[in-house]
Ligand binder design. Sequence first.
Ligand SMILES: *Cc1c(COP(=O)(O)O)cnc(C)c1O
Length: 492
Amino acid sequence: MDLTSSYSKLRSVVDVAFNAPLPPQAAISDALKTLPASLPVTGLGDAVVGSHLLTDITRGLSGQKNSANYYGFVTGGVLPIAEIADNVATAFDNSVQVHLPDQSISTFVEVKALEMLVELLHLREGWDGKTFTTGATASNILGLACGREAVVSKRLAGTSAAELGILGACLKAGVKDIQILTSMPHNSLYKAASVVGLGHASIKDIPVNEDEPWNLDLSALEEGLSLATGGVVSIVAISAGEVNTGRFATNGASTMRKIRDLCNKYDAWLHVDGAFGVFARCLPKTAEFSALHESAGGLELADSIAGDCHKMLNVPYDCGFFLTKSPSTLTSVFQNPNAFYLVKDPSGIPSPLNIGLENSRRFRALPVYAVLLSLGSEGMAEMFTRQVQLARRVAHFINAHSAYELLAQPPDRGNTFDNTHIIVIFRAKDEAINKELTQRVNATRKIYVSGTKWHGKPAVRIAVSTWKVDVERDLSVISAVLDDVVSSYRDL
Ligand SMILES: *Cc1c(COP(=O)(O)O)cnc(C)c1O
């Protein structure tokens, strides 16, 4: 089979078929029927399989990347230059695991991409441990693993949790418990806690109150941290961009400064889960976004930051990043002991396999590199601006609508939306409508939204994260769908 013509056929299939956020349900069922019953003994051959992929399988795939109106989860789209870069990564299939300066420039590109990312995020200096991961979940695992290593090893002389194991290290260090103090954490933090041997129960959710569950309670934080004197050590995890509400756990650099000081006082590790929220720091520094800059301020004071690239940066899955100011902690946990490739190049570039989960890994830095170069910080800020503006226009629309209620509004902000980032959470005032709202909206196949819960009741969440946003065009699509859904009940 001619792969070039097959690739251009793919382009045309994608361009023609996928403007809708979801394929029709029947297309998914039809596509399902084309799957084989089992592994063929005699292979079908490239020609048959190529056509199967392009005609059968593609019919059943969601339009989350290609549609401008997919608002489920926080998925991002894929910028065209990122797609090209991703194909280059596949075409050369370099495994970026060992820094081999005489064989490939891939590790140099990876480091350059990470440096530009730190610049884009205005995180200042000191991030000497940085790597690409498969996503924010993996980055949270790295963050908790580093936190665990640092807080336990502080109480050990010359050895570490990575050496002794968590149980042995804690016994030797007199550590009775390791807790994670946070507010409204993403569910991946629970997974990360389990993976690094701390367990779900280690997570202590300490919000200021029920109305602002995303907001971290500083006095409860200090109370928790002070248990250090009794042998309970802590990792603090800041939700910088909570996934249901888009809100931030802290409200500015001075709060982060206080938290930093508390962490220093009690030898705690300060981790930020900034999967999508950290990108609020890249918005233009104008009055329009000053509240968001305030909320995302001070994150540079953390010991580690988890972030996603496949969300706001609009590169393909899977790509996240992890930054830490303590590269020695990172290598202490992740290095392959006794391997020859521990030797660092004079350039100071570490082998990625010693600072992350995987050994063999994809050259996933390349799409990030391409996007950052192509758009620059101004182009990025322009893309993020459109996303926030659409989210705020949707929030206004919902707030003014008699049938809908906007949720998770900070009580003191009244009806201004200057705290709205890219997420809008709302419900229908009529509970009968509300129960079916997500399903009704998605059944239109014109937009796709996520169902969630707010204070125990169903709610709908719109997350704007694609580069394709056109504020006026998309606002009219969303508002027409939301109007139609409530008026369909009136017609009954
Ligand atoms: C999406 C998200 C994650 C998990 O990221 P993945 O890329 O799905 O691994 C973690 N934290 C927050 C706040 C998120 O929004």
